[in-house]
Design a binder for this molecule. Sequence first.
Ligand SMILES: [Fe+2]
Ligand SMILES: [Fe+2]
Length: 294
Amino acid sequence: MTRIAVLSDIHGNVPALDAVLEDLADQRPDEILVGGDLVGRGPQGSAVVRRIRGLGWTTIKGNHEDYLLSFRHRDVPERWLHDPEWSASRWMAAELGSDDVTFIDALPFSTTSRLAPGLRLVHGTPRSNREGIGPWSSESRLGEHLAEIDEPLLVCAHTHRPLHRELASGTVVNVGSVGLPFNRDHRAQYAIFEQPAAAGEPWRVEARQVDYDRDAIRRIYAESGFLVEGGITARLLAIELDYAAPVLVPFMEWAKARGVAPAPEALDEFFEDYEPGQRLGPFFERLAALRSKL
Ligand SMILES: [Fe+2]
Ligand SMILES: [Fe+2]
C-alpha cells in the first residue's frame, strides 16, 4: 500500500519540524511532500529551508516564500522598508542565506505525488497560494476547487486549520500546520495518505498531531533577537504560538478600524474586544461596521 506524507506551514519553527521528522521516521511513508510556507511567521526560516532542501523532498511554494522574496528583492512599497510594522518581515527576509533564496525562488506552485498521481498538492487553492480552504469553506466552493484539477484528491494547507471532506467529485484535505496551528491545538500537524487499492475507492487519510518542545521555540524567539528586533509583529507571532489561534491579522485589522497605532500599548484594549479562537468572520464584520463610522 503506497503511503504519502504531506507536511506544510513550518514557518521557521525547527523544534516543531524536528518532532515531525521523528514521527516520520517511525511512520516510514513511501514519499514525503512539503506544501510551502517553510519561512515567514517565525525566526528559523533559513534553518528550515536548509533542512528540507537537504532531505530532497518535493516542495512547493507558499505565499510566505513569495512575500519574503519580495522583501529580499525590495519589491515592496517604500515604507515597508522602514516602518516598524514590517520590521519582522525585514528581519526574516534578511535572515535567509542567498542559497535559501535561490531554493525558494525556484519552487513550483503545485505538484502531484510521484508514486500516487491521484494526489494533487497546492498551498492554498488550485488557483492561488493566498486563498484558503478551511472549515468555513462551503461544499460548492470545495467542488469548484476539485473541478480545477484533474486528480481526485486535493491536498492543501495555508489556513493552518486541518480539514477532511469527502465529496461526490473527490476528496479535499487540509493538512494543517507544523509550526503554527490555528485550531487551538498546539501540536505540530501533518497528514498521511494511503492510496486506495482500486480507482474510485476513497483514500485513507490520517491526520497526525505531534507534541514538541514549545519552550525551545520561545527561547529561539528571544535568543535570536527576533522578538525584540521584529517589533510588534514578532510579539504577536509569539502570542499566536501561545494561543494556537490567529492574533496578528485580527490585531492589525482592529488597530486600523479603531484608528490607533498597532503598538504594544494597544494590546490590552484589543484583548478586551477579541477572544483568540473566536470565529473571525463576525469579528471582521464588526470591524467593518466600526470603520464605516470613523
Ligand atoms: Fe502559513
Ligand atoms: Fe500560507
